[in-house]
Ligand binder design. Structure first.
Ligand SMILES: [Zn+2]
Ligand SMILES: [Zn+2]
Length: 153
């Protein structure tokens, strides 16, 4: 596995109008295969990296807030570049944002610790045998935080 980077590390949207800096190791990194993530990304899954908001600095631009209610009734708040529309993060709580890990400049070290909502995964997606797998989602998100902390790097 690739080594974690030295923090801070940086990332941004595809057009470069929004740039951010991540100051410390994220809380965890997982892949979500749920229908909402497939629809919102237009892809098969989302790489979701929860971070403390205090560890995230905006260097450039002002990501635009998109708020909506998901089909299952959850209030969602996503930040996207106003120019290119890249989703840079979702606001889970005022303290925790879910960085879209694919927006990091260096993604070579990313290895998701868990796959959630595998019951909704595209049938051709192969889940790595060493990943923690949930049919839906963990009862307690701390399970993922603990798994990330104890991973081999
Ligand atoms: Zn952009
Ligand atoms: Zn999802």
């Amino acid at each position: 596995m690739n080594k974690s980077p030295n923090f801070p590390c940086e990332g941004g949207c595809v057009c470069g109008a929004v740039r951010y800096r991540l100051l410390e190791d994220p809380l965890e990194l997982h892949v979500c295969h749920c229908s909402n993530c497939q629809a919102v990304s237009g892809s098969a899954f989302v790489m979701c990296m929860p971070v403390h908001t205090r560890s995230l600095e905006i260097l450039k631009g002002e990501p635009k807030l998109f708020s909506f209610t998901s089909p299952d009734g959850l209030a969602k708040r996503n930040r996207r570049c106003a120019d290119c529309g890249s989703c840079v993060w979702g606001e889970i709580t005022p303290e925790i944002f879910a960085l879209q890990a694919g927006t990091l400049d260096d993604t070579s070290w990313l290895k998701p610790i868990a796959h959630i909502f595998v019951s909704r995964a595209q049938p051709w997606v192969e889940i790595p045998s060493d990943a923690v797998v949930y049919e839906t989602e963990p009862e307690d998100n701390l399970e993922l935080v603990r798994a990330w902390k104890s991973r081999d790097v």
